[in-house]
Every structure is written in C-alpha cells, then in structure tokens.
Design a protein around this ligand. Structure first.
Ligand code: ZN
Length: 170
C-alpha cells in the first residue's frame, strides 16, 4: 500500500539541523517501537514533508532536507517582543524565578491561540520573549523509515486525525 491521501502512516525518523559551524545537531529521534503516526494529506504537517513521503511503502527508507523557508519559516525579529512584567503577575506578584532566560512559557494571545514563548531576558519592568517557532530559520534534515501504512477509517478522515495507538484517544 502506497502512502497517499487518507492513509494512516507510521514512521520512525531522526531530525537534525545544523549549528552555526555547519555541523549536524540532533533535534529529535522517534524510533520504530513508538513511531510517529499521522493522517496523510490532512494538512497537519509541513507540505514539503508529506511530498517527500508520498508513494512510499512499508519498509521504505527516506532521507531529505527541507529548507527553513519551507519548514517553520524564517526567524522573525518582530516575533521577539518586550512585555511589561504586569502581564506575568499572578495575584499581583511577579515571580522572577519562573522567568529565567531560556525558559519556555505557555501563553495565549488575545484571540485565545496557544503560543510558546521563550524567555530571553528580564528587567525590573519588562520581560523579553521570543515567540518564533523553536525551529524557525533552520534547515530540517530528516532520515527514517516507513513503519506502516494503512487505510484510515471514515471517522479518522472525518476528524482529520488518527485514532488509536499514536493518535487521539477520545
Ligand atoms: Zn477524532
């Protein structure tokens, strides 16, 4: 069975990027025992990622690179903002300990969208936060193997995601 729209695909993979010296750096590794499982063609993943897997079958391997502009986008300087510490006060108190540089804090914007903000620095009045995706501006090097391909159920297609192992439980 070939990977195509509305197939449930399980893959193992290794994701690497490069550091400033150009050396490969491992970002994440997903093994075959606990593969990543997704509904192909549902728009849940980077388009270029799916393009590289289309028509492959169980047992096939893959190795490809996605340039940053087709991955998580270029680093956006406008996504680095300084927010007043008041925003982070809980019951009128700013707990500076929780905002060490490098800490990732879950936040929501005015529309209720979930955001991840990485703390860059803190002063007495402001917190500098980077809302870029952690992989923004980075080329993505993937290599891995197709662990399984199966037909999606009508319900999975309707929901736009996978149910059962590796997927949603509801
Ligand atoms: Zn569902």
């Amino acid at each position: 069975m070939k990977i195509s729209k509305n197939k449930v695909v399980s893959i193992s993979y290794k994701l690497e990027t490069t550091n400033v010296e150009g050396a490969k750096v491992l970002v994440e590794e997903v093994n075959a025992a606990q593969p990543m499982v997704f509904l192909f063609g549902a728009g849940n993943l980077i388009q270029r990622f799916e393009d590289n897997l289309e028509n492959k079958i169980k047992g096939d391997t893959f190795e490809f690179m996605i340039p940053s502009d087709e991955g998580y986008g270029e680093f956006d300087g406008d996504a680095v903002v300084k927010l007043p510490v008041d925003v982070f006060k809980v019951n009128g108190t700013f707990d500076r300990e929780q905002f060490q540089p490098g800490t990732v804090v879950p936040m929501t914007d005015q529309d209720g969208n979930f955001l991840r903000g990485k703390i860059l620095g803190v002063t007495d009045t402001e917190v500098e936060v980077d809302f870029n995706h952690p992989m923004a501006g980075q080329d993505l090097y993937f290599q891995g193997a197709v662990v399984d391909v199966r037909e999606a159920t009508a319900e999975e297609i309707d929901h736009g995601h996978v149910h059962g192992p590796g997927g949603h439980h509801h």
